[in-house]
Ligand binder design. Structure first.
Ligand SMILES: [Zn+2]
Length: 158
């Protein structure tokens, strides 16, 4: 995928938050935050998501906007509180730590394997899916103790 040129508005949102929020709280690195969803880390068309909702008078200024894919935008809290927004991003991106990967690493591994991230995401999001994955992972190597994201991706989409 080629890097799309970010608009000044999008770059302004990244510039505003990148000096206020640690990169480790996001699903992406700051240097890719104009092209990857801040929550799931997928390289998707990003939407400008209001923190204080537009309907409540929230302005379309960098301090009131984050960049999310359409899937994460739907799930994001629609409340007038930046701390709640970033707390939600932090916990949502940790969703898959119990199977040894982050959303960001999983999204990248799926892209590298040519695997469908949506399929992997759904598989990892249900108890049945996770049980199946753990079963499959038990047959895999661990590179001496740590599963690679590409191994997890294989287990999720297989
Ligand atoms: Zn997303």
């Amino acid at each position: 995928m080629g890097k799309r040129k970010a608009t000044p508005e999008v770059e302004g949102i990244v510039a505003y938050w990148s000096v206020r929020i640690p990169e480790t709280d996001l699903g992406t690195d700051w240097d890719e935050a104009t092209i990857r969803c801040w929550c799931c880390g997928r390289p998707r068309k990003l939407q400008k998501c209001h923190i204080t909702p537009h309907a409540q008078g929230g302005p379309a200024t960098p301090d009131n906007l984050v960049l999310l894919c359409s899937h994460c935008h739907e799930d994001a809290p629609d409340v007038p509180n930046a701390d709640a927004m970033f707390a939600w991003i932090r916990t949502s991106r940790h969703e898959f730590y119990d199977i040894g990967t982050s959303l960001k690493a999983l999204a990248r591994a799926c892209a590298d394997l040519g695997a469908d991230f949506e399929v992997a995401y759904v598989a990892a999001s249900t108890p049945e899916g996770r049980a199946k994955v753990k079963e499959r992972l038990a047959q895999c190597g661990t590179h001496g103790g740590r599963l690679s994201a590409s191994t997890v991706a294989w287990a999720l989409v297989g």
